[in-house]
Design a protein around this ligand. Sequence first.
Ligand code: PRP
Ligand code: URA
Length: 209
Amino acid sequence: MGKFQVLDHPLIQHKLTIIRNKNCGTRSFREVVNEISTLMAYEVSRDMPLQNKEIETPVAHMTAKELAGKKVAIVPILRAGIGMVDGILELIPAAKVGHIGMYRDEKTLQPHEYFVKLPSDIDQRQVFVVDPMLATGGSAIMAIDALKKRGASNIKFVCLVSAPEGVKALQEKHPDVDIYTAALDDHLNEDGYIVPGLGDAGDRLFGTK
Ligand code: PRP
Ligand code: URA
C-alpha cells in the first residue's frame, strides 16, 4: 500500500484555514493555494534520490550532493489543479507540466475525461498529479488510469483537502500511489462536496460562481 500522509506543518494548516473561509476572495484564494503548494512540494520531494558530485568550493575540494537523474512531471487535473502548478514550480523549476482535463457530472458524480496532453517521456518521470480536492476519488482514479495507460509508473497524488471516501477508493484502485494531503476532512455530503471542505475549488480559484 502506498503512503498516506497528512502534511500538518503549521504554515500549511494556517494557510489552509485562510482559503477554507468563505470570505476569502478569488485573488487571495489563488495566492494562498500557490503558497500551500510550494510548502507541500517541499515535503512531497523529501524522498527524491541524491547522488554525489565532486566540486571545488572557494576553500577546498568536496564530495557534495545533487538530485539524481529522476526528472519530474507535474500533472494538474483541470481546472482546479492548475492552481497548484506554479507553487510547485517555485521549488522544482525544471519540471515539465502535463494536463489532464476532467469534469465531474454534477448529478452522477462520475468523472469525464476531455483532454490529455503529457510530456512524451512521461514513463521516465516522477509524476506529481495535483488537484486541490479528493472527494469521491473518481477524478483522481481516472487521471491516474490515463497516466498509467501512457506508461507512467512512478506517481504521487497531491491534494489540499481529502475525504475518507476518496482516500479509500484511490488506495484500493491504485495502491502503488502515495497520497499527500493538507487535511483529511469528515465526510462527503449528498452533493458530493467535502464537509467541511472549502467549496468548489475550481469556482473559487477562477471566480466562476
Ligand atoms: C473538482 C475537483 C476534482 C474533483 C474531485 O473538479 O477539482 O477534480 O472535483 O471530485 P471527485 O474526487 O469526486 O472526482 P470539478 O469536476 O468540479 O471540475 P473543475 O475543476 O473544472 O471545476
Ligand atoms: N470538488 C470540489 O471542488 N469541492 C468538493 O468539495 C468536492 C469536489
